[in-house]
Design a protein around this ligand. Structure first.
Ligand code: SF4
Length: 360
């Protein structure tokens, strides 16, 4: 009897973590957890056989149903299907700028000389008139989308708060935090997203609801840092920074003219963190979520040219558990520590005992 062969759909990409793997379905924006043993089988872009392999056999039907694999007649057909190209190229020199609403309006006019994809405006206290003034200027810019973040909590918003934007012609998302809104669905020209946690909790660390799978994100995070790449943050005092939780200021807006501002954000020094890849980042390089996560923590470079963080993520990729889940442990409690000589050290007796207790 001939062996039935299969090929993996090039747009369903398996990504390995320490304890499990994920198939990223990058065009249908979905993902599936799989064991690492199955990752080893389907990672190849060559023909796959499931014969004589009882564990993968159990997964075969699932993979066929989700169109992750498909049957082929013989291994020559491998060459008929194109591989996924991993190059990423953005038409914008700045993907996203985050700015507080209190910044001098003249600065918003400077943005017209940049090729900018998205602008996010942070309001500590929502002021519809101020937003209307800002949008009058922003509408002259050639940008794709606008996000409004209102960090004020415990407020009840109604359609009247956003009535100016009823017939807005650009994609406009309004995020409210620990506040209510009568209709969370898209209304005319804008959509309101009601987030049940504070802005700080939402923006500071990874949360499972912030994971996103799509082709753009996958390619960007395979080549660049998915949070810092193409990002500029201007804090409430006008400091130019890489991100909301970045410590270094590259200059103060009020002390600069437009050319000086552009020189700063287009400089190699400012853009250093843009090129920090997850594969070169300790702990994250063991995480199956690495190409779907937008992590704002500031990376620190060690003597070996690897990156690490002073604060732990909410996700422990060695145990596959989020903070708050029962049985969650910190990295230290799981036997993991960061070393400056060879990356990370794993006390396998501690980790294996925990993994057996949690997952067996
Ligand atoms: S460990 Fe790293 S890659 Fe994984 S979720 Fe946290 S920040 Fe993202």
């Amino acid at each position: 009897m001939n062996t039935q062969l299969y090929l993996r759909n090039a747009l369903c990409v398996p990504v390995k973590g320490y304890n499990r793997a994920i198939i990223y379905d990058i065009t249908r924006n979905d993902y599936y957890f799989i064991p690492n043993q199955l990752y080893d089988k389907i990672e190849s872009t060559k023909a796959i056989s499931f014969d004589n392999d009882t564990i993968s056999q159990e997964w075969k039907e699932f993979l066929l149903e989700e169109e992750v694999i498909f049957e082929i007649d013989n291994s020559d057909e491998e060459h008929l299907f194109p591989k996924l190209e991993l190059e990423y190229d953005s038409p914008f020199n700045i993907n996203s700028i985050i700015i507080h609403d209190t910044i001098d309006l003249k600065f918003f006019k400077w943005l017209s000389s940049l090729e900018l994809s998205c602008i996010s405006i942070l309001f500590e206290k929502y002021n519809p008139e101020r937003l209307e003034n800002l949008l009058d200027i922003i509408l002259d810019l050639e940008i794709n989308s606008i996000n409004i973040y209102i960090s004020e909590e415990n407020r009840h918003f109604t359609i009247d708060d956003f009535k100016t934007f009823r017939y807005f012609k650009r994609p406009l998302s309004i995020f409210i935090f620990k506040s209510s809104y009568i209709d969370e669905l898209s209304v005319n020209g804008y959509k309101v997203l009601s987030i049940p946690i504070s802005f700080k909790e939402f923006s500071k660390k990874m949360q499972p609801q912030k994971l996103q799978v799509n082709r753009e994100m996958f390619l960007e995070s395979s080549n660049y840092h998915s949070y810092f790449n193409g990002k500029v943050y201007i804090d409430g005092k006008g400091n130019i920074k890489n991100g909301i939780y970045s410590s270094r200021s590259y200059g103060l807006l009020r002390e600069l003219n437009e050319d000086q501002f552009n020189d700063i954000i287009l400089s190699e020094d400012f853009q250093k963190h843009w090129n920090v890849k997850k594969e070169n980042t300790l702990i994250c390089n063991n995480c199956e979520f690495k190409f779907m996560c937008v992590d704002p923590r500031e990376p620190i470079e060690n003597d070996m040219g690897k990156w690490y963080f002073s604060e732990e993520c909410n996700y422990n990729p060695f145990l596959s558990l989020w903070k708050g889940e029962s049985e969650y442990k910190t990295l230290g409690e799981s036997g993991i520590s960061i070393t400056h000589t060879n990356g990370i050290s794993i006390k396998e007796n501690i980790l294996n005992e925990l993994l057996e207790k949690i997952w067996d």
